[in-house]
Write a protein that binds this ligand. Structure first.
Ligand SMILES: [Zn+2]
Length: 179
């Protein structure tokens, strides 16, 4: 008895280098496992792992010997470098970075635990402090904590304009039940 993924692999290997609609593959799986759970997801996973090529939405291709970048793994060195470069080697929250000897790291905007992928688009540069903050509070709470920090700092500098800006943002978060 084969698994859903094994049937999918079998189908693509029997049709090398062809553009294939995922529904055809799913039908094939259902012939053997009528109660297969979410074979679409299994196909997408093979693509995310770099085994399949996605030609366009819902259409995939297997090229024998092809091994793409596994987007479910941590950021590759190459992607990490591309994220840092795009963000000018600075934390996108506070602006500290390599230029003033701050540690930077590549963070998943949408966490991997929630299917966030290790792509350039899903990456952002953070300093260790803000990376920890985000890991601890998640994106929304992170934003809330950040606003509170900025309000505190603005108060210390008697900067009424900045203080009122971040107070407004906090209000917006509250309005959308995000805090
Ligand atoms: Zn920072």
């Amino acid at each position: 008895m084969k698994t859903v993924t094994e049937y999918i692999i079998e189908y693509f290997e029997a049709h090398p280098s062809q553009e294939i609609e995922h529904d055809k593959v799913v039908d094939y799986v259902f012939k053997f496992i009528p109660k297969a759970r979410d074979p679409w997801r299994a196909i997408r996973k093979l693509y995310q792992e770099g085994w399949l090529i996605q030609v366009r939405k819902g259409v995939y291709k297997r090229i024998p010997g092809y091994k793409g970048h596994n987007v479910l793994a941590p950021f590759s060195q190459e992607i990490k470098e591309a994220i840092f470069k795009r963000d000018n080697y600075r934390c996108i929250v506070c602006g500290n970075g390599l230029h003033n000897d701050y540690e930077i790291c590549a963070d998943h905007i949408k966490p991997q635990a929630k299917d966030g992928q290790s792509t350039l688009e899903n990456g952002q540069t953070l300093c260790s402090e803000h990376n920890l903050m985000k890991k601890r509070y998640g994106t929304t709470n992170f934003l809330k904590k950040y606003c509170e920090t900025m309000i505190e700092r603005a108060k210390q500098h008697n900067d009424i304009k900045t203080e009122s800006l971040f107070k407004d943002i906090l209000e917006v978060l509250k309005k959308h039940n995000l805090s």
